[in-house]
Design a protein around this ligand. Structure first.
Ligand SMILES: Nc1ncnc2c1ncn2[C@@H]1O[C@H](COP(=O)(O)OP(=O)(O)OP(=O)(O)O)[C@@H](O)[C@H]1O
Ligand code: SF4
Ligand SMILES: [Mg+2]
Length: 371
């Protein structure tokens, strides 16, 4: 039995169940998302983290019904406010998008129309969903710009996106996304296109506005450090699957998946214990080229022989480790990291050397003689 937190038990805003997504690849299809299940309660802040190509954006786009040509939901459901979004006709889905679920993308330039003024874009977003007179929509747009720290709202409305800095454009995106008081904001790498100095400011602003509005937040990022102060739960994705999910303090305090430990050790300043900065060796496998068992096995120093052949399932950490952790901590791993191994970032138990099957590269740098 997987433990469920009281927050998860409450009325759910978004429930993604067993989602699988594929894309066309020549004559065949490749699965890029496998059995992803996630819950977001009203007002909850969930982080989704993982390296490039893990499936964070595809998961978000599937929720929004924006997979585009070639993308297909193979199975699963996305229930938002009691409605299965995957079954909604496009016209109704369009009503949900923007008004109830808003999304901020990584690159504000690709989301803002270069030939429309900032004012036209925000008021258009408002008027597409609400009966509002142009004058009132303009006033609301100016108020929103003030709220995101862009002074002289009225004058700023007459300017074009290229007249704004990257940080200001992302603030405009936040203002537009929050214009209709959505119940859920999906922010996909909202600050990676910005200077490091601006990133923290924009994140802080977004977090504060989302909280003030009582909206839920799904924050997608490759940086575990970003989710630390912004979320209360975190799901770690690897090769299209969720490999660990926990409350944010549990994930940082007692990471159980070797990949999560690797992500923590790749982050300067995030480790809480004395440890070296150790990047995860190797790279995420291309979809369709994962080992038959655990996709992380070629990079994992905790692996066991069964890891090459058996797909690990998400299970409660307390079940596996037999300890009394906070409920709702789940991990998909045949040999989870022991609490005392998270700090050093490598196994301190004597584990056998497990060579890869033919044709699979071992990135761990281990060898039989070294064991
Ligand atoms: N339109 C598409 N057609 C084919 N494959 C796609 C498409 N979009 C994404 N993919 C593949 O799906 C996998 C997951 O991609 P996704 O964009 O979700 O990764 P991500 O975790 O968001 O990475 P990043 O941090 O780089 O944004 C990748 O292997 C990617 O190449
Ligand atoms: S121990 Fe096995 S199942 Fe766990 S991450 Fe490593 S390879 Fe995957
Ligand atoms: Mg992405």
């Amino acid at each position: 039995m997987i433990a469920v937190t009281s927050q998860q038990r409450g009325a759910e805003l978004l429930a993604i169940e067993n989602l699988a997504v594929s894309f066309a690849a020549g004559q065949s299809r490749v699965r890029v998302i496998q059995d992803v299940s996630l819950r977001v309660g009203p007002g909850m802040r969930l982080g989704i983290v993982g390296e490039s190509g893990c499936g964070k954006s595809v998961t978000s786009l599937a929720v929004m019904g924006l997979l585009g040509r070639g993308g297909k939901v193979e199975h699963g459901s996305v229930v938002f406010g009691g409605r299965d979004l995957l079954a909604l006709p496009e016209r109704q889905l369009r009503q949900v998008r923007g008004r109830e679920i808003a999304m901020i993308f990584q690159d504000p330039m690709s989301s803002l129309n270069p030939v429309l003024t900032i004012g036209e874009q925000i008021t258009e977003a408002i008027r597409a969903h609400q009966r509002a007179r142009r004058h009132d929509a303009n006033a609301r747009a100016a108020q929103l710009l003030q709220m995101v720290g862009i002074p002289a709202g009225e004058a700023a409305l007459r300017r074009y996106p290229h007249e704004f800095s990257g940080g200001m454009r992302q603030r405009v995106m936040i203002a537009t996304a929050l214009a209709l008081s959505p119940k859920l904001l999906i922010a996909d790498e909202p600050t990676t296109a910005l200077d490091v100095t601006i990133q923290a400011q924009v994140l802080e602003l977004m977090g504060r506005l989302v909280k003030d509005a009582g909206a839920a937040l799904m924050l997608v990022t490759h940086n575990l450090g970003v989710v630390a102060g912004m979320t209360e739960r975190v799901a770690v994705m690897y090769a299209g699957r969720i490999v660990e999910e926990a409350s944010t303090p549990d994930l940082f305090g007692r990471p159980a998946h070797p990949y999560t430990v690797g992500l923590l050790h790749s982050l300067p300043g995030v480790q809480t214990r004395d440890s070296d900065l150790v990047p995860i060796p190797g790279m995420v496998p291309q979809p369709g080229h994962e080992p038959a068992g655990c996709a992380f096995a070629p990079r994992c120093r905790w692996r066991l022989p069964r890891c090459w052949t058996e797909q690990p399932q998400l299970e409660g950490v307390e079940q596996i480790a037999g300890d009394q952790l906070a409920a709702g901590h789940r991990v998909a791993c045949h040999n989870p990291v022991a609490p005392e191994e998270a700090g050093p970032g490598f196994p301190i138990r004597a584990l056998p050397f497990v060579p890869p099957p033919p044709g699979i590269t071992d990135f761990t740098g281990q060898s039989e003689t070294a064991q």
